[in-house]
Design a protein around this ligand. Structure first.
Ligand code: ADP
Ligand code: TRP
Length: 341
């Protein structure tokens, strides 16, 4: 074989190995029904990565204790999140799906990591202040939330963490803690990178602010058609009259349509805005039709899964087993490094 071919082959093999080894992890709190913002910013990119690397996706029910005090709500939310992941395309043959609380070892790692976490690092986290401002109790768990999140990430030697922009600071905390630990005790943890989709960094809610359950400006992914229609029809727009040309780039309806539509469909709607004679009511109807087409297969799959609780349980049990075997490897190295072996 000519030398150049051998060179190209070696390069491709190395690239392939790197991609194959890459580990991606993300979690979602089961603290309410999933909305379009969660789906486009976190769930869809996370699920897509099951084809690029080894994906670990989990339901952060320990984290949810910072906001959910009702055990039935927590149980139901956890079950819903598992159904949502599977309905939206998570393939348990490719990705590991588990409940955070099925891997209690993560709390041991949290404590160990706390011992290298400077208070100042946590004091700078804006999400603690934001959540208190929204009325959550200022508990120790809410304050130390980023350390548990760090343990989630480092436990599985995660390389990539797809999240919405509001979680970016938490990934920076995880990186700081990993670097601190590695410097003090020797190379132990992979340093994670956040992955934030550019187009979906912040999905707007129906009032134009960031879509969030807490602002009640969200559109549920699996809400009833009636409820979704009500919310879409309430999306805030300016008052440009129907006949006049409109600017799509400042319109919340267009911003949401872009998430669902193909480039050709987006270009077509843009033209209609700019031409005039196309009202916001028309755009809302088009958004409703498009979103319902895109989400229909997920809805159908979800309905099937509701009737297969044993299957869902078996996926979660297998996921927990795999996650526990991975975290155990990390903890063995960590305990040895710090002198707790
Ligand atoms: P909520 O604000 O509705 O309580 P969460 O805080 O539970 O949502 O968010 C779960 C995940 O979804 C996180 O990764 C978060 O960054 C992402 N996310 C939630 N809402 C949005 C949004 N409007 N735009 C972009 N990402 C979002
Ligand atoms: N804090 C994340 C959120 O509210 C959920 C989460 C917990 C998470 N642990 C994680 C996300 C680890 C990514 C990686 O959305």
């Amino acid at each position: 074989m000519p030398l150049i071919c051998i060179g190209i082959y070696a390069l491709m093999r190395d690239c392939f190995d790197t991609i194959k080894r890459m580990r991606v992890l993300s979690g979602i709190q089961p603290s309410g029904k999933l909305h379009w913002g969660n789906y486009f910013a976190m769930m869809r990119p996370a699920i897509a990565l099951q084809d690029r690397g080894e994906a670990f996706l989990f339901i952060a029910n320990y984290h949810a204790l910072t906001s959910v005090a009702d055990p039935d709500v927590l149980r139901e939310g956890t079950r819903d999140a598992a159904l949502d992941f599977l309905a939206c395309g998570l393939n348990p043959e490719k990705a590991v799906l588990f409940r955070q609380s099925d891997v209690p070892e993560v709390t041991e790692l949290t404590w160990i990591l706390s011992s290298v976490t400077p208070m100042g690092l946590l004091e700078r986290c804006h999400s603690y202040k934001d959540k208190i401002a929204m009325g959550l109790s200022p508990t120790h768990a809410l304050f130390s939330y980023p350390v548990l999140m760090t343990a989630d990430i480092l436990a599985y030697q995660s390389n990539i963490v797809p999240v919405g922009r509001d979680q970016k600071q938490h990934i920076e905390v995880a990186r700081d803690i990993a670097i601190k630990f590695n410097n003090r005790y020797g190379e132990t943890f992979a340093i994670p990178e956040p992955e934030i989709g550019k187009d979906v960094a912040v999905v707007p809610g129906i009032d134009g602010k960031k879509m969030s359950k807490s602002y009640d400006n969200h559109v549920e992914l699996f809400g009833s058609e009636k409820e979704i229609k009500k919310r879409v029809m309430r999306i805030v727009t300016d008052s440009t009259p129907m006949e006049e040309p409109k600017n799509p780039d400042t319109c919340n309806v267009f911003a949401l349509y872009k998430l669902f539509a193909s480039p050709e469909e987006i270009a077509q709607m843009r033209k209609q805005y700019e031409a005039g004679g196309y009202g916001y009511g028309d755009a809302k109807k088009d958004l409703l039709a498009k979103s319902s087409d895109v989400l229909r297969p997920f809805r159908e799959r979800r309905e099937e899964l509701v009737g297969q609780p044993d299957y869902v349980d078996s996926v979660l049990a297998a996921g927990a087993e795999r996650a526990r075997s991975e975290i155990e490897k990390t903890l063995t190295a960590v305990r040895r490094a710090i002198g707790l072996d």
